[in-house]
Ligand binder design. Structure first.
Ligand code: ADP
Length: 236
């Protein structure tokens, strides 16, 4: 894949197979191509050469709205609206009732803080959710994804610093979200990385290593270095 305005491809010679129900973690330093990789799946961009197939169908043959209807996307800048918590969670699923929204909020570890807001689920959260902390915004966007119940989940875990309590709650929400789905995750959390069915290490747009956490540690290569850096940063 090459961006239109750049001279060189940013992803080269990538071959990856993702079995249904597996969690694939992408790791690599900043600029390695992780966000570009996940952006190709819902067709925010189309590949310049090669193909992406889902169940043997080239995704360019699938209408974009149909393709995205079975994907959930949770990124660091998930879009929240200046509307109620209720409407933010059911965005894209307009006919959801309060029971379903509540159970999505429960699974996202969000019910308690929502009920403590001035008007509970009817509280307006401000432009881009400005009235909520980072961890709370993430849990609202996770609740939205849980409600949508997508077959394929694309997750860009936040790197932004959360306090320990918030981190734990977001982690619990993510654990509920990823259950029984096909997940492609840009991984920043150790738990996601160690539990992934397959870890793909990207470096300057190339796939340099892939395997499980244990397999990659044994290779003693880039993954081991990245892991050591993450470990140091998280527990310092
Ligand atoms: P990562 O997510 O691993 O940090 P990215 O996929 O964001 O990496 O970026 C990979 C490369 O593509 C970088 O060199 C980046 O500068 C470049 N890039 C990202 N987005 C664009 C864009 N919209 N146009 C041109 N180049 C881009």
């Amino acid at each position: 894949f090459q961006y239109e305005n750049s001279d060189l491809p940013v992803l080269n010679n990538i071959h990856v197979e993702i079995p249904k129900g597996n969690t694939i973690a992408l790791v690599g330093s900043s600029g390695a191509g992780k966000s570009t990789f996940v952006d190709l799946v819902p067709r925010f961009y189309d590949v310049s050469k090669g193909t992406i197939l889902i169940d043997d169908i080239d995704i360019r043959e699938i209408k974009i709205e149909n393709l995205r209807s079975f994907m959930g996307i949770v990124t660091q800048d998930t879009i929240l609206f200046n509307d109620t918590v209720f409407n933010n969670i059911c965005y894209g699923q307009p006919n959801s009732d309060i029971e379903k929204i509540r159970s999505a909020a429960d699974a996202a570890n969000a019910t308690e803080f929502i009920e403590n807001l001035p008007n509970g689920f009817d509280t307006i959260i401000g432009e881009k959710g400005i009235l909520l902390s980072g961890g709370k915004k993430q849990r609202i966007s996770i609740a939205r994804a849980i409600l949508k119940n997508p077959d394929i989940l694309i997750l860009d875990e936040a790197t932004s610093a959360l306090d320990t309590e918030s981190e734990r709650k977001v982690q619990g929400a993510i654990d509920n979200l990823v259950k029984e789905r096909t997940v492609i995750v840009i991984a920043h959390r150790l738990s996601t990385i160690t539990n992934a069915d397959q870890i793909i290490v990207l470096d300057k747009g190339r796939l340099v290593e892939s395997g499980t956490h244990d397999e990659l540690l044994l290779m003693n290569g880039q993954y081991k270095n990245l892991y050591a850096i993450q470990f140091r940063d998280i527990f310092k």
